[in-house]
Design a protein around this ligand. Structure first.
Ligand code: ZN
Length: 432
């Protein structure tokens, strides 16, 4: 049985990919046809027709940086720069158990699914497989794992290497045949991992054919610390260690100079840009226009609910434009099309998943969002782009599909009993 989504304003995420009377034909998890309904060829297989009521269909949003497990502690430390904030929250988060992580992941993934996020790259400290198991239950796609650190450099909490390697291997084993879940190995940052640990983690990632994830050049003080200790910028230091290549996902990259950007372009590493988190933690504004001019893929990330505090890529799209314009005094430096691309296809490139997700085209996975957008002057491609980035929010999300399966519709998650899960989590923490 095929599924035909029709009566849609289809926005494929490809250049010029707007179809005011659009339709999308899906077989199993995949898109087998997309375009104007009038051009749809006759089908020999039975078709289940689903009228989307003139709503807008866009590719599922891709969150390239998150820490879902921390969602239980939303807003527990709202002041201070990165290092002040990290010191203030350590007493709250360093003792968290894998079960706490699981509760946080439920809250984060339910919020992301409601907000039109169909794929997330998630980081934890312990329980490398937890995010993927919860995301799979809810029906969301994930690239997840643990960021390890060296106990002598990061004193709070228990050591997590080689624990993370064992957990990751177990998770890979447990998810064989699950097309929704992918895994990585990562290090927390250049200042919390020794060079020997970073080399070892990257070596194990290569052995297992996994991506490598790390926070890089998030805060100016980080650059000063790495410069004092190793005589190089964090980016150059990591490059010298041999951990940067096209399978590397680098969160933040706020403090990168031209030489650093050349390294990123040369190695093929991707950047997860978190404009809301970077602004809240007084980290600065990543040089996204310069990065993208060099062909470096840049995706958008929410980061955690401790540094953001919501998992909403509509907000990040808007901030990604507004902050650049406010800082550069150039009203054309980035536009809605750039922000939308970063939240979809470019985000997929950052995660090395662009052959399967990021746009609505034949052969790709049917990961999409159905939006209740309307415009007093009527919808056209320009107004849809404009509304997506400057006007829309989670309140406009009507439906979310991942791999051909609706997981959210009309205000309700279809895959899990959200009110019961929320109630149990709130009860658990009520007296803390
Ligand atoms: Zn992070």
């Amino acid at each position: 049985m095929l599924t035909l989504l029709h009566n849609a304003f289809l926005c494929t995420g490809l250049p010029g990919g707007f179809y005011p009377d659009g339709a999308l034909l899906i077989r199993g998890s995949k898109i087998i046809w997309a375009g104007a309904l009038a051009d749809l060829p006759p089908q020999s297989e039975p078709v289940r027709r689903q009228d989307v009521g003139g709503r807008v269909i866009i590719p599922g949003l891709i969150n390239t940086h998150a820490h879902g497990g921390l969602s239980t502690h939303r807003g527990c430390c709202d002041e201070g720069d990165l290092f002040q904030w990290a010191a203030a929250l350590a007493p709250h988060t360093s003792h968290l158990t894998v079960e706490d992580n699981r509760r946080g992941c439920y809250l984060a993934i339910m919020e992301m699914a409601r907000n039109g996020i169909t794929t997330a790259c998630d980081c934890t400290r312990y329980g490398a497989g937890v995010f993927a198991s919860v995301a799979t239950e809810i029906g969301m796609r994930s690239l997840s794992g643990a960021l390890v650190n060296s106990p002598e450099l990061r004193h709070h909490g228990r050591p997590n290497w080689p624990l993370a390697l064992e957990e990751t291997k177990e998770a890979i084993e447990a998810h064989i045949g699950n097309g929704l879940a992918r895994f990585y190995l990562g290090g927390h940052s250049p200042y919390s991992c020794t060079p020997a640990l970073l080399r070892e983690v990257k070596r194990e990632a290569d052995k297992l054919d996994l991506p490598f994830v790390i926070h890089v050049a998030e805060n100016r003080r980080e650059n000063e610390m790495v410069m004092e200790q190793y005589g190089q910028s964090p980016t150059a230091w990591l490059h010298g260690l041999g951990v940067l290549d096209r399978r590397s996902v680098l969160a933040h990259c706020v403090w990168v100079d031209e030489a650093d950007m050349d390294i990123l372009a040369e190695t093929g590493a991707g950047v997860a840009h978190n404009p809301g988190s970077n602004a809240k933690l007084a980290s600065g504004i990543a040089p996204v226009p310069a990065l993208r001019r060099l062909g470096i893929p840049v995706g958008l990330g929410t980061d955690s609910t401790l540094s953001n505090n919501c998992l909403d890529l509509f907000q990040e799209m808007k901030l990604s434009v507004l902050l650049q314009r406010a800082a550069s005094l150039d009203g054309t430096i980035v536009g809605a099309g750039d922000a939308f691309s970063m939240a979809t296809l470019e985000g997929a490139r950052v995660l090395n998943w662009e052959t399967e997700i990021g746009s609505l085209e034949v052969g790709k996975e049917a990961d999409l969002v159905i939006l209740d957008l309307s415009h007093p002057l009527g919808l056209n491609p320009e107004r849809v782009h404009s509304d997506l980035v400057y006007h829309a929010g989670p309140q406009h999300v009507h439906g979310v599909m991942v791999a051909g399966r609706m997981i959210f519709e009309d205000g309700r998650l279809l895959t899990v009993d959200e009110p019961t899960i929320r109630h149990a989590i709130h009860e658990h923490y009520r007296h803390q």
